[in-house]
Design a protein around this ligand. Structure first.
Ligand code: PMV
Length: 327
């Protein structure tokens, strides 16, 4: 018997970087999912097959033994290993496992790939071992893995992957989830450049320390954009949403977190008729997001492709983590 679990990735619509200081971030679960299949093994090894990501291997104690790919790639598996071990400890059950990881969420692109994989892993292992984990437990156990990769993550990514939908997140105020009645597709453009959130956050912090009198005001404007953006999203006011995305991109550019390729894709999307476009996530590479009429999604996608980006047409996914028994 094996258990398959899938969990969605995410895109930040408003509030990246400003959320580190104050105010809300608005985050969407997207219909690109990570999939993990868990099976018991006869021995006590935890074997990972992540050939989509270019590697497979197992841990002998703390030592990673690669089967395919480089030994350094074992570091990427640390989060999964921690999530898996925490799940077994939590359930007070132990077993050797084969974990097959497949994902349609590009890695290190700001689309929540690592959280989605951790959430799916916890859910699959929990179900396989008959633990009957609640959603809250899945979310918390995945967070243990996330901490290994990100140090002090906000908790947005594991929440959105667990519950799906739209989240409003504010530090110290927690997370609210909501849904829209209407379908609201977006086009995401991947610059194909990997980036580190940690580095970009510290770059903004350094700029703020050097020029607090300016950066504070930029952050304040971003906080306002995010609040107005949330209201526009709830009203499904596309023109207003687009305007606010454009303003938000300008503010992010002023903080130095964009790159030429993201700017190109953002401008090309607007020229192709998008209501608005902005980078999404930490910047420095990764992705941008554009809002467009359904009839114009292909045009925007073509514009992104012409800038040598990878376009993905995505819908908001209201389906959080899901498990099912296979064979
Ligand atoms: O890692 P990303 O690309 O999803 O960006 C995270 C959002 C930031 O505001 C830049 C950082 C944070 O911890 O909120």
């Amino acid at each position: 018997m094996a258990v398959e679990a899938t969990a969605p990735g995410k895109a930040i619509l408003f509030g990246e970087h400003s959320v580190v200081y104050r105010g809300p971030a608005v985050v969407l679960a997207i219909d690109r999912r990570a999939r993990v299949v868990a099976e018991k093994r006869g021995d006590d090894r935890i074997f990972f097959d992540a050939l989509d990501l270019g590697f497979s291997g197992y841990f002998e104690g703390e030592t990673y033994v690669p089967v395919q790919g480089e030994i350094q790639q074992g570091r990427r598996l640390q989060a999964l290993l921690v999530s898996t071990r925490c799940t077994m400890e939590h359930l007070d059950l132990k077993s050797g496992l084969n974990l097959t990881v497949r994902s349609r969420i590009p890695i290190a692109a700001g689309l929540g790939s690592s959280a989605a994989i951790c959430v799916a892993t916890v859910a699959a292992v929990g179900e396989l071992l008959g633990g009957g984990l609640s959603m809250e437990e899945v979310c918390d156990l995945a967070f243990e893995g996330e901490k290994v990769v990100h140090g002090t993550p906000s908790g947005v990514d594991n929440n959105i992957s667990t519950y799906g939908g739209i989240l409003r997140y504010e530090r110290g105020k927690g997370i609210d989830r909501f849904e829209l009645d209407s379908n609201l597709p977006f086009v995401i453009g991947n610059s194909r450049r990997r980036r580190s959130t940690r580095r970009l956050v510290s770059r903004v912090r350094a700029l703020r320390e050097r020029t607090p009198e300016i950066v504070e005001q930029v952050i304040e404007a971003m906080v306002q954009v995010s609040k107005s953006g949330l209201a526009a999203l709830k009203d499904v006011n596309l023109h207003r949403l687009g305007d606010l995305m454009n303003v938000n991109h300008g503010l992010l550019v002023s903080l130095g977190v964009s790159i030429a390729k993201l700017d190109l894709m953002v401008h090309a999307s607007r020229v192709a008729g998008a209501y608005g476009a902005k980078l999404t996530g930490a910047g420095g590479g990764g992705c941008m997001i554009a809002l467009s009429d359904i009839s114009n999604l292909e045009n925007v996608s073509r514009a992104i492709r012409r800038c040598r980006g990878d376009p993905y047409i995505v819908n908001i996914s209201y389906e959080g983590v899901k498990t099912r028994r296979v064979n």
